[in-house]
Design a protein around this ligand. Structure first.
Ligand code: HEC
Ligand code: HEC
Length: 326
């Protein structure tokens, strides 16, 4: 009997030490610093460059769907244009994440950030404090030209004073960073200097993969890690109810031209353009419909041609929209 008590006592001590060790490890090592060099990007004051950046930020790259105040998110979703003064907030198990003020205000915005710091956030997911940016912004492969355009547009906005608190990581969020599950994502290949704007497969692929994140939502992902596990564009990612979905949840449809299972298999180009301009139909959908409606005909044609050129993937998505509680 005495022996057993002793064993239990020792097992308890070992377990407690392990837990304390784990907590200490996470607390001491989550805030990793990175000295990744700044991309060689310099903002321009050329009005055509700024106009391109504005189009990207309010259109295909949809910065406006997150970098606006919480009480304006709905208006932005309905297509209203407003300064990118930040405030959108999402509470998920890894923490509370807040999209900061991107207007050039000196105290509360990007006024003191350099062009290189802004560009490095987007290309390498490393923030101005040299820490990890959580993977909300899949813009690693933006061309240099488009990166310059976006930074130039951000600088051209009227400064708006709007303080947004920094994101706050939970213990889980810190552990994910300490153990390297969440790490800074950089580009897979050297990003292009520029991509010719034309209704080509090259431009369609660039928009769908590197700018508008169609693949990020329409390719099945692992729930916990966010890793891509499905055939690209074949649908299947679950969107559970969150603060913005009004209780609805979704599974993304298959966008490949598979005759039985692809949602667009029988759509012609005009139908696709009409649908992309048509805005949100399903309440609570996470797809930034209003910003995508700002894409030009040429951009939508390029995306249509690219999606139709993909190998048909046989992936039946039985149901796309789930009502609250379903
Ligand atoms: C899905 C929502 C979402 C979209 C879309 C989005 N952002 Fe963000 N952004 C965030 C969040 C959340 C953070 C804070 C992340 C963190 O704290 O880890 C952030 C942080 C930033 C930062 C701050 C980095 C720092 O050093 O503090 C910059 C700059 C930025 N975003 C620019 C952009 C630009 C430009 C676009 C469009 C091309 C964009 N974002 C699109 C959600 C978004
Ligand atoms: C943030 C996630 C997200 C992004 C980014 C996204 N989608 Fe979607 N998409 C969804 C969800 C969820 C649905 C199902 C709900 C709905 O129809 O709104 C959907 C539905 C669709 C549909 C079916 C519409 C219908 O009427 O049945 C098409 C077509 C589509 N997306 C194309 C695209 C294209 C093209 C892009 C890139 C330009 C894109 N999506 C980017 C999440 C996304």
């Amino acid at each position: 009997m005495k022996g057993l008590v002793k064993i239990i006592k020792w097992a308890g001590i070992v377990l407690c030490s392990l837990i304390i060790g784990l907590i200490a490890f996470v607390q001491l090592s989550w805030d990793k610093k990175f000295d990744t060099p700044y991309p060689d990007i310099t903002a321009s004051t050329d009005s055509a460059v700024i106009a391109r950046g504005r189009h990207l930020a309010l259109g295909p790259a949809h910065c406006i769907s997150c970098h606006v105040p919480m009480d304006k998110v709905k208006d932005a979703e309905d297509g209203m244009v407003m300064p990118l003064s930040g405030g959108w907030e999402l509470s998920i198990p890894p923490g509370t994440f807040r999209a900061p003020n991107l207007t050039p205000d000196m105290e509360t915005g990007i006024g003191k950030m350099t062009d290189g710091e802004i560009a490095r956030t987007l290309r390498y997911s490393i923030n101005k404090h040299n820490g990890i940016v959580f993977p909300f912004m899949p813009f690693q492969e933006l061309s240099d030209e488009d990166m310059i355009a976006i930074v130039s547009f951000l600088r051209s906005q009227e400064p708006v004073k709007h303080k947004v608190e920094r994101s706050k990581h939970s213990f889980l969020g810190k552990a994910l960073m300490a153990f390297g599950v969440i790490k800074p994502e950089g580009p897979k290949d050297t990003p292009p200097k520029s991509v010719e704007i034309d209704s080509t497969l090259v431009y369609g692929s660039y928009l769908a993969n590197s700018v508008a994140n169609c693949n990020g939502c329409h390719t099945e992902r692992d729930f916990k890690t966010g890793a891509f596990i499905g055939t690209p564009f074949a649908g299947g990612t679950h969107f559970l109810p969150d603060d913005f979905s009004e209780g609805y949840s979704f599974i993304t449809p298959n966008l490949t031209p598979h005759k039985e299972t692809g949602i667009m298999a029988y759509w012609d180009e005009a139908t696709f353009i009409l649908r992309m301009r048509g805005g949100k139909i399903h309440k609570g959908s996470p797809m930034p419909w209003a910003t995508f409606a700002r894409m030009t005909d040429l951009e939508l044609k390029a995306i249509y041609r690219y999606l139709q050129s993909l190998d048909p993937a046989d992936n039946k998505i039985e149901k796309i929209v789930f009502a609250p509680g379903e």
